[in-house]
Design a protein around this ligand. Sequence first.
Ligand SMILES: O=C(O)[C@@H](CO)OP(=O)(O)O
Length: 330
Amino acid sequence: MAACTSQHALISVKPPRASASFGSDRRAGNVRFVSATSCCPGSRKLGLVCASNSQSSVIEPAKLPSSPESGSTPKKSSEAALILIRHGESLWNEKNLFTGCVDVPLTPKGVNEAIEAGKRICNIPVDVIYTSSLIRAQMTAMLAMMQHRRKKVPIIVHKESERAHQWSQVYSEETKKQSIPVITAWQLNERMYGELQGLNKQETADLFGKDQVHEWRRSYDIPPPNGESLEMCAERAVSYFKEQIIPQLVSGKHVMIAAHGNSLRSIIMHLDKLTSQEVISLELSTGIPMLYIFKEGKFIRRGSPAGPSEAGVYAYTKYMHNYNQKLKQL
Ligand SMILES: O=C(O)[C@@H](CO)OP(=O)(O)O
């Protein structure tokens, strides 16, 4: 397989729509319209920390290839898994409140969703985890990884201060090998909902009108009062994805991202080349993992793994097949 030498080429590829599917989502034209009940058994809708340098606080994430301008090339041609997962139900999802960047934990149902999500991906390799800086995404990432067959320990990389960095060093190479770095990044946070944060969604629709509220919630470029539009959210989330996460995939690392409805909508919009009209209909359920295979510089959408016994998932790449075979021997 040819090595990818240009990051620009990687991010401008058109995902092969024909080969992609998300559970049993319906399509209308080019758009994946995902109904509230159609995607996966048990789901309502389609169901998806900062990078350290070589002096990393806990474990070293993959050595990132330098920018294309630097002339360095990725260490190997890549074929890697990318799992996207929106956090499980939060206490404010349950209360139907606009949440945005307010840092609210999961409900017991959200905890269960994260555990179930973890079971669905428990045989898929994960080398590095990215989450937002918000607890609901971090809880989801941790709970999901605790189900993984490989039983590596997810460890949050702390870089908020030199001391946090130094004091969280791990001094055993063997222990590092049995760990997965969890990189938190505010750029993956939920879209900032401005003056809607904390308001009840139904009451807000009653007050301002259903159409106005739908425009604030789902349009691409219309921000809620003093908040971020999806376009503004994409500026930070997709930039981070391109600058920090794609290089990991290029280097052959398998990545999981646990984030939010809208930060993930912006990333999926980028991966699937959705238009600003198409993205209006893209809905993500809480706690449903979605799999892409990154291969030869392209993202191939593989839908939501139904469970570890779904044989087809492991046929996606030779590596995943072999990995699954090895897990069976554990
Ligand atoms: O309240 C929020 O932060 C988001 C996600 O829960 O809501 P919406 O469904 O409007 O994107």
